[in-house]
Design a protein around this ligand. Structure first.
Ligand code: CU
Length: 324
């Protein structure tokens, strides 16, 4: 009998240990990176896809191929801006993965200066993964997504203020392993600022580092163009949840994200379901931060969304949801 008890105790202990091992956080695999000479071909990104999550891959690897490209983009009606871009669009393409997925990144530099990519969703040594890629070269690395949320990626090459202000940022959304739990209408918003000055003898603008340092932005926007969702409201359903993935690229202004005429039933700091707030009127999102925001409207109508920092809303960071 004594022996049986001892065996049972040993079995219980080993089961408990196994349980502890199963629950313990596992470290992601180490990140290595390679820089090679030459450009790899990358498909262009459709600028009309910047407010939507792309579909998840069928496997567990998300292949992210980004070209660094100098490109003139329209940051407000009639304002042509010489941007530094990921894939020719500002913000860069939306990246979508699940916790546990491998994000396999190829960054190819077709631009006129060195750039890099810094993923806030990654656990990686910055001097390895976020190193600057010279023009005409390609960087490759991969990382495993460990935390769900709405995260920023951006160029981290100094001066970072200038590289972000010139358009080098985007959103990466990591779904929880089991998804978000419903079939909500979903949108992605990246808030950012521009500090343009006219290029002499042209009708184009470029970034002014002096203005960037002051932090007084002429244009503030969602998804790269001031007031675009005032001109083209986004449809939302009535009596069905809406989920927003909001990332603030800054580089310097905080977002006070608010939807007029409703409350967020659930607001997740950085988009992690463990960081849950309820009944939120306005969500603060710092430069370099993100949030997942959920709400449901009960009547048809037009519901404006803004940063409640109204100097920035009046500079372009406002839009409209059309509920039908
Ligand atoms: Cu850059």
């Amino acid at each position: 009998m004594k022996l049986l008890r001892a065996q049972a105790a040993a079995l219980t202990a080993s089961l408990l240990l196994a349980g502890v091992a199963a629950c313990a956080p596992t470290a992601p695999p180490p990140v290595t990176a390679q820089v090679t000479k030459g450009i790899v071909p990358v498909s262009p990104t459709d600028p009309n896809t910047l407010d939507r999550l792309p579909p998840l891959p069928s496997g567990h690897t998300v292949y992210v191929k980004l070209a660094l490209i100098d490109k003139v983009v329209e940051i407000a009606n009639g304002i042509k801006y010489r941007a530094w871009t990921f894939n020719g669009v500002v913000p860069g393409p939306v990246i979508h993965a699940r916790v546990g997925d491998t994000i396999d990144v190829t960054l190819t530099n077709e631009a006129s200066m060195g750039h890099s990519i810094d993923f806030h969703a990654a656990l990686a040594p910055p001097n390895v993964a976020y190193q600057t890629v010279p023009p005409g070269s390609t960087l490759h690395f991969s990382f495993v997504a460990t935390s769900p949320g709405a995260f920023l990626y951006h160029c981290g090459t100094p001066p970072v203020l200038e590289h972000i202000s010139n358009g080098m940022y985007g959103a990466i959304v990591i779904d929880p392993r089991d998804g978000w739990g419903d079939d909500a209408q979903q949108y992605v918003f990246v808030q950012s600022e521009f500090y343009p000055q006219q290029v002499k003898g042209t009708d184009q603008f470029e970034g002014s580092l002096q203005k960037m340092i002051t932090g007084i932005a002429q244009v503030v926007d969602f998804n790269g163009k001031a007031f675009q969702y005032m001109m083209n409201p986004l449809p939302i359903p009535v009596e069905k949840p809406v989920r927003l993935f909001v990332v603030n690229a800054g580089p310097s202004h905080f977002s006070a994200f608010h939807v007029v005429g409703t409350l967020f039933t659930r607001a997740l700091v950085d988009g992690n379901p463990a960081n849950k707030l309820v009944g939120v009127q306005t969500m603060p999102i710092p430069p370099g931060g993100g949030s997942v925001l959920e709400f449901t409207v009960h009547q048809p109508g037009r519901y404006a969304f803004v940063t409640h920092a109204f100097g920035d809303a009046d500079a372009g960071a406002m839009g409209v949801f059309e509920a039908k």
